[in-house]
Design a protein around this ligand. Structure first.
Ligand code: URA
Length: 241
């Protein structure tokens, strides 16, 4: 082997090793970020008022969960994602919207609900609820895009769900709005269809949860907007908006 060939081989070996180490790191997640460390009795810790220091703590705690899962390879979606889509918004939000999984636009940008369905969700928040999008929190059941936007698989959900639980426990919103079948069924541990679940509050770890239709469903079935508006109005009434 001449010098150039052996240096190329060393380079390839180094790249392979780096890839393997990254993969291994992704298999090891910090236990603190998983459900094992969750104490739901500590939710609403900020009920006395959103102190700046408290806000910082929630922000920092969310950042830590994000860091802990940044290289996640717990399910095969870790190999196909462009970007992990952790969640976005105000750590002190009174309402958290939980969708299904990132699509192509979200995978590209690393942000939730930035495509067509995202625009509709933004309209619901801004035009309907008269809130700023940056003042709510938006995330998904899965943090990585399923190829071709197929439905999330049970194994993917069970690997990813502990991170969502941690996010929700840290934020401790007054209301969670579960967008669509997967979010509602995953959070409420039920197989009851979304058409039956929607329209009334359920409880998720003591937090009021309103299931409603997914914005992508509304794009295909605009007549369901009326029901979503009813659900959103119930949320607004609940948190006195
Ligand atoms: N659909 C979702 O469920 N989540 C997104 O982030 C985008 C589209």
């Amino acid at each position: 082997m001449d010098e150039m060939t052996s240096s190329m081989a060393a380079n390839d070996l180094q790249k392979e090793l780096l890839k393997a180490v990254k993969g291994l790191k992704g298999q090891v997640v910090n236990r603190d970020s998983l459900s094992a460390g969750i104490d739901w009795s500590k939710k609403h810790a900020s009920a006395a008022g959103p102190l700046n220091s408290d806000r910082k703590t929630k922000e920092e705690m969310l950042k830590k969960v994000h860091r802990d899962m940044a290289n996640c390879q717990l399910c095969p979606l870790g190999r196909t994602r462009k970007n992990l889509v952790f969640g976005d918004g105000n750590p002190e939000a009174r309402i958290v919207f939980v969708g299904e999984a990132p699509g192509a636009d979200e995978d590209e940008q690393g942000l939730p609900f930035v495509g067509r369905a995202g625009q509709l969700l933004t309209d619901i928040i801004v035009k309907g609820m008269k809130l700023e999008r940056k003042n709510v929190y938006i995330c998904n059941i899965l943090k990585c895009r399923p190829p071709g936007n197929r439905n999330p698989l049970p194994d993917e959900i069970s690997k990813c769900e502990p991170f969502l639980k941690r996010q929700l426990q840290i934020i401790s919103p007054e209301v969670i709005c579960a967008l669509g079948t997967f979010a509602a069924k995953t959070l409420l541990k039920t197989d009851v269809p979304i058409s039956v679940l929607r329209g009334r509050f359920h409880l998720y770890e003591g937090i009021k949860l309103m299931p409603t239709y997914h914005p992508a469903y509304l794009l295909r079935n605009p007549s369901a907007k009326k029901q979503v508006w009813e659900d959103v109005q119930m949320i607004m009434k609940e948190i006195k908006l």
